[in-house]
Design a protein around this ligand. Structure first.
Ligand code: ADP
Length: 576
């Protein structure tokens, strides 16, 4: 009788699943933080991420998580990652992804989705939606992963697309079944890839540079406009060197504030209208000629103005007025080429003098408004108090949204450091406040002051709980005039509040107290200075509710011309 040789146990294979592969793919591409709201089918992605050393920041609403991811993209230069559940959660996040795309911020929204074989036949699944199709019109690109072995490819494709060329938002759809699919661990590891050189240097031709330099050299009233693309490009030293070597006057768009310190003698922010109306040659650096710049047309600009535009996206050029000298390339490379040619460029003295005179005049009238104390406190008094504190704290990130609260803060609060101001941006959107503030605190570890109109704050107010849960150094300042634009609207026809009014005397400070944060309620600039100083020194979450005169504020802020009704709060009662 023969004895069979013992059969060796088959080698143990280690397996993993889609959740783990997603996390590994993010990690291999340097993404260490996920902003999201968990639920079916993505909860395990967050759990695995935490277990694997990534940070997961859980929000109360997907739009806020998405806005945080978008801000993280702008602040770090890597795509911010937002995690959402199927259908409604996905749609909530999509608002932020679309906003990120409009602002040219790199972001990837990863969403779980319901079963394809049910969704595609519209058989009525839990949270049924064709999310890929829904996302497409609003994003730079949208992809779906249909097999677990393609997750690494999908994540890499999303990251490269978000970062390359003009940065933007990318949607990545991963159905529940794919997340739960099991795969051999070694096969999974081999399927994950690291994106190499996602935003390569790109230079314009020498002829394009010659054309731009010739225009600038012949200008009588040159102007440089720095946009948030310039801030995003992280070419701070090169840009500053060009500005200072040439002596050209420059105007920072709101999120480019701090690229050079706002008090810089060549900044003509205080003479914005005069500079735009009279400039004959304009160098746009990462700024689009969209509504924020009057589309490059009269009456904001001279009809004869000639534009030089530096942009990574060739399709942006000529989108409004003709661009006389396009410089298609990345801002760092293009500005280096211009620095080499700076010797032949300067700003004629009469133009500099004209601008300096207007700056001094406007600064003096602004100082008068800021110093005029009033009871109740008005926006300018409150902003003077905030300015006095923040002047000594250049490390503080400033987040800003609202109507009057946005327009006035932008003009009053100076920034001294690049990429420290985040605001409503290209869409002029409300609701970015707490998401942006959370991202700034999480990504930098530095303090954040969010200066919020009371109406704008309401869109993301529940994230105070998130700020407290993660113990973030965020101080929210609510400029509370009790309304959208202002709080003294009257409804002449019924007892219902007027459309623009909110609850008079609302105590926003008590909201944060519910979550263990510090609440302050202030009525004067001095009280505001004291509260903000204390709140910043504590390093803890705080909210300062500032009582502002309900009659202070303009309907539609600086955008009255876009408001077709234009009847404002002093409207005549409707007549039949
Ligand atoms: P702002 O609102 O501050 O005027 P915009 O968002 O309108 O700024 O413009 C930013 C522009 O910068 C976009 O057209 C975008 O394509 C461009 N951009 C972003 N990053 C870069 C880069 N690294 N190099 C060149 N252009 C860039």
């Amino acid at each position: 009788m023969s004895i069979a040789a013992p059969v060796a146990d088959p080698p143990a294979t280690t397996v993993t699943d889609g959740h783990h592969v997603v996390v590994e793919a993010l990690k291999r591409n340097g993404i260490h933080t996920i902003y999201g709201v968990v639920g079916i089918p993505v909860t395990d992605i967050a759990r695995v991420a935490q277990a694997d050393g990534l940070r997961y920041i859980g929000f109360r609403h997907e739009s806020d998580a998405g806005h945080a991811a978008a801000a993280a993209g702008f602040l770090t230069g890597k795509p911010g990652c937002c995690l959402t559940v199927s259908a409604p959660g996905f749609l909530n996040g999509l608002v932020a992804l679309a906003n990120a795309t409009a602002n040219c911020f790199p972001m990837v929204q990863i969403s779980g989705s319901s079963e394809r074989h049910i969704v595609d036949l519209q058989r009525g699944d839990y949270e049924e939606l064709d999310q890929l199709a829904a996302a497409k019109p609003f994003v730079k690109a949208a992809f779906r992963v249909n097999r677990v072995q393609d997750i690494g490819l999908g994540v890499a494709r999303a990251i490269r697309t978000a970062l390359s060329g003009r940065p933007g938002g990318v949607y990545l759809d991963i159905p529940a079944a794919v997340l739960g699919e099991v795969i051999d661990a070694s096969e999974a590891a081999a399927s994950v890839r690291t994106v190499v050189d996602a935003a390569p240097a790109q230079l314009p031709s020498p002829a394009a540079v010659d054309r731009a330099v010739a225009l600038l050299a012949g200008a009588r009233r040159p102007l440089v406009v720095l946009g948030k693309g310039a801030a995003y490009a992280r070419a701070d030293t090169t840009i500053r060197s060009f500005i200072e070597t040439t002596g050209l006057p420059y105007l920072p768009m709101s999120m480019a504030k701090g690229l050079l310190p706002d008090g810089h003698p060549q900044s003509v922010a205080a003479a914005r209208s005069l500079a735009l109306r009279n400039a004959d040659v304009v160098l746009l650096v990462g700024a689009r000629l969209n509504w924020l710049l009057g589309h490059g047309e009269p009456p904001q600009w001279s009809a004869d103005a000639q534009f030089i535009q530096i942009d990574i996206d060739p399709a942006e050029l000529d989108s409004n007025v003709p661009i006389a000298a396009p410089l298609v390339g990345d801002i760092g490379s293009v500005m280096s080429l211009l620095v080499d040619r700076a010797a032949g460029i300067d700003a004629p003295a009469p133009w500099r003098a004209q601008l300096a005179q207007r700056c001094a005049h406007n600064a003096a009238s602004m100082a008068e408004r800021l110093d005029a104390d009033s009871d109740p406190m008005r926006f300018h008094g409150a902003l003077r108090a905030i300015r006095d504190v923040l002047t000594d704290r250049p490390d503080v990130y400033v987040v800003n949204e609202g109507a009057n609260a946005l327009d006035l803060t932008r003009n009053v609060i100076d920034m001294a450091v690049p990429r420290h101001r985040l605001d409503s941006g290209t869409w002029g959107v409300m609701g970015i406040g707490m998401g942006y503030a959370i991202a700034a605190a999480v990504e930098s570890g530095d303090p954040v002051v969010a200066i919020e109109g009371d109406s704008a704050f309401g869109f993301s107010a529940m994230e105070l709980e998130t700020i407290c849960r993660y113990r973030l150094p965020v101080v929210v300042v609510v400029l509370n005039n009790g309304g959208v634009y202002r709080g003294d609207g009257v409804n002449p026809t019924s007892g219902d509040p007027a459309p623009t009014t909110l609850m008079a005397g609302a105590r926003h400070d008590r909201l944060i107290e519910a979550f263990g944060g510090a609440g302050y309620h202030v009525r004067t600039p001095d009280q505001l200075t004291a509260a903000l100083t204390r709140a910043l020194a504590s390093g803890r979450p705080a909210l300062i509710d500032c009582v502002i005169d309900p009659a202070d504020g303009t309907e539609s802020g600086h955008l009255t011309h876009l408001n077709p009704a234009g009847i404002g709060t002093t409207a005549q009662p409707a007549t039949n």
